[in-house]
Design a protein around this ligand. Structure first.
Ligand SMILES: Nc1ncnc2c1ncn2[C@@H]1O[C@H](COP(=O)(O)OP(=O)(O)OP(=O)(O)O)[C@@H](O)[C@H]1O
Ligand SMILES: Nc1nc2c(ncn2[C@@H]2O[C@H](COP(=O)(O)O)[C@@H](O)[C@H]2O)c(=O)[nH]1
Length: 211
């Protein structure tokens, strides 16, 4: 008998630092079944309240470089002076099991995934304005003014890549953004192209599908 689940979908969520990616994704993970979050490796220092293995795998530069040489990353990038990377094994194992996988990665990383795994779905989260982005970074209180300025500079570059993404979410109201991301996931799950390999669906259509 065929699997009751088709292969999972990879959702790549990207956008400037402080726009609200983590807040949106956390809520989606609580509300949607069969979706998992890919925990990245990073060499940046752990922030108060962050948990190793939950928020990130906090590793040394040496360990990160070793993982690069072992091809352990689906993608990696240097973001705001630190290494960040997506462990490939977790992603592919979960997709095979039929789980959808969410990545929260910067724009450079998203574009690398687009070239190596174009079947992924690419979602750009944008701020309603540049001023709002600055305010959110300040209110979060995790970065110095100097680092905030740096992240805002990077944000300007990142926003230029919006047209390379399939979906655009402007994160004004958090609840609306959460609902929008859930709608994207649900719509992608229902695409006939994806479901037609399932035995259940093939049985519904019988020989008609095979021409
Ligand atoms: N729609 C929203 N309205 C107001 N505040 C928001 C909204 N979305 C997120 N925030 C707040 O903005 C701050 C940044 O959000 P968050 O940490 O989720 O951003 P991020 O995109 O994941 O950042 P980074 O890329 O640096 O990890 C947080 O304090 C969060 O509570
Ligand atoms: N290319 C990658 N970017 C990543 C990955 N994990 C996180 N990120 C991005 O880094 C910045 C900064 O995050 P912060 O937690 O230090 O504020 C943010 O834009 C993330 O999306 C990754 O594995 N690869």
């Amino acid at each position: 008998m065929g699997s009751p689940w088709p292969k999972g979908i990879l959702f790549v969520i990207s956008g400037p630092s402080g726009v609200g990616k983590t807040s949106i994704i956390r809520a989606v993970l609580e509300r949607v079944e069969r979706v998992v979050f890919s925990v990245s490796c990073t060499t940046r220092p752990q922030r108060p309240g962050e948990v190793d293995g939950i928020d990130y795998f906090f590793i040394s530069v040496e360990k990160f470089q070793q993982m690069i040489s072992e091809n352990a990353f689906l993608e990696w990038a240097i973001v705001h002076d630190n290494y960040y990377g997506t462990p490939a094994k977790f992603v592919f194992e979960n997709l095979e099991k039929g789980f959808d996988v969410i990545l929260d990665i910067d724009v450079q990383g998203a574009l690398k995934v687009k070239s190596t795994y174009p079947a992924a779905k690419f979602v750009f989260i944008a701020p309603p304005s540049f001023e709002t982005l600055r305010e959110r970074l300040r209110r979060r209180g995790t970065e110095s003014e100097e680092r905030i300025a740096r992240r805002l500079e990077n944000a300007k570059r990142e926003l230029r890549h919006i047209p390379e993404f399939e979906y655009l979410l402007i994160n004004e109201d958090l609840e609306t953004s959460i609902s929008s991301l859930i709608s994207i996931i649900q719509a992608e799950r229902l695409k006939f192209e994806r479901l037609k390999e399932l035995e259940l669906v093939r049985n519904l259509y019988g020989g008609v599908m095979d021409g």
